[in-house]
Design a protein around this ligand. Sequence first.
Ligand SMILES: Cc1cc2nc3c(=O)[nH]c(=O)nc-3n(C[C@H](O)[C@H](O)[C@H](O)COP(=O)(O)O)c2cc1C
Length: 406
Amino acid sequence: MSALAGKRILLIIGGGIAAYKCLDLIRRLKERGAGVTPVMTRAAAEFVTPLSVGALAANRVYSDLFDREDEQDVGHIRLAREHGLVVVAPATADRMARLAGGLAEDLAGAILLATRAPVLMAPAMNPAMWEHPATRRNLARLGEDGVRFVGPGTGEMAEKGEAGVGRMAEPLEIVAAAEAILSPKERPLAGLSAVVTSGPTHEPIDPVRYIANRSSGRQGHAIAAALRDAGADVTLVSGPVTLPDPQGVSVRHVETAAEMLSAVEASLPADIAVFVAAVADWRVAAESLRKIKKTAEGPPSLALAENPDILATIGHHAKRPGLVVGFAAETDDLLANARNKLERKGADAILANDVSPEGGVMGGSDNTIRLVTADGVEEWPKLAKDAAAGRLAGWIAARLGRSVRK
Ligand SMILES: Cc1cc2nc3c(=O)[nH]c(=O)nc-3n(C[C@H](O)[C@H](O)[C@H](O)COP(=O)(O)O)c2cc1C
């Protein structure tokens, strides 16, 4: 049975040549048992008629935000809420820009802002429009906001002699993407709580200066998202990063190592702890409350004090989570250091990664990890940080005896 059976899908049809494919899309969705509510933009009605859309959907076609009858009960909010998935096909460059900018001047825009359902966009446009920096920006922004995309593909354009990326995904590809979104997910960590740290810490020298490191938070944030996807209730304690907060995760923002430790302790008890943050080992012993001035006596000397060791503290804590995982960012003697940390810090596993500058791990998008436990070492291939996070979530589930159903 299709994951679409019995689901209500709101289909926003945009004003592009590919709008004609929506007639087939409606048919395919209905064949799989979905109910389809069509919303047509003003431009869409220039390409396909509401009559054929409504007849195929066997449903009323909505198009006007200011419809007196429909809006008696604020119909656009009702439409936004009553559906399990919103599909936008074709998603024009203009529609992507409007949603990226949070605009809601027509019915489609108002629904897209008001809905809490997943949104799947099937972009279709001329290759030059698709490649335009503005469209690239909007695509990235929408991705950060949680919008999913299918296509576009490569092929002949309606414009004579033009070909390239911009062709709308075929109706069956859109159906498959919708099914993937609506399929029940494996949630092996459902019912468990996790605390994850991410990013660098900033240790103040004076009100304007601080000691920091190159951690971007990408790996930690990806792990928080992967544990969330696996069903865990996740608290992410993040140092200063430029990444957006992952959705569906409770985020505590901190600056210093001491604040990070307090926030972690405040999130206990937890079943799982994964310490990914690059916590400064030292802070300035006596932070100056005023900006340190240049003087004739030469540069100031900074006395350092040791920061709390978050992994070791939690690894030996009265409220120690059942599973404690740490990261060891090393430039030398990777494995020996990781094995040593495992015992000393009371961790169940250390993910050792080589952060020598030539590897580009700190701040980069990939990671090559060795997972060190009391049982031995597992060498993972070089993986994108998202993929490494997914693999770790799978390892945690298996370790806790919550293997994924086959
Ligand atoms: C003949 C024609 C074809 C068009 N095809 C596309 C297209 O494929 N993709 C696109 O992004 N815009 C296309 N446009 C421009 C959109 O119709 C226009 O940007 C409109 O404002 C989109 O509004 P909507 O997203 O609310 O439907 C086309 C315009 C015309 C006149």
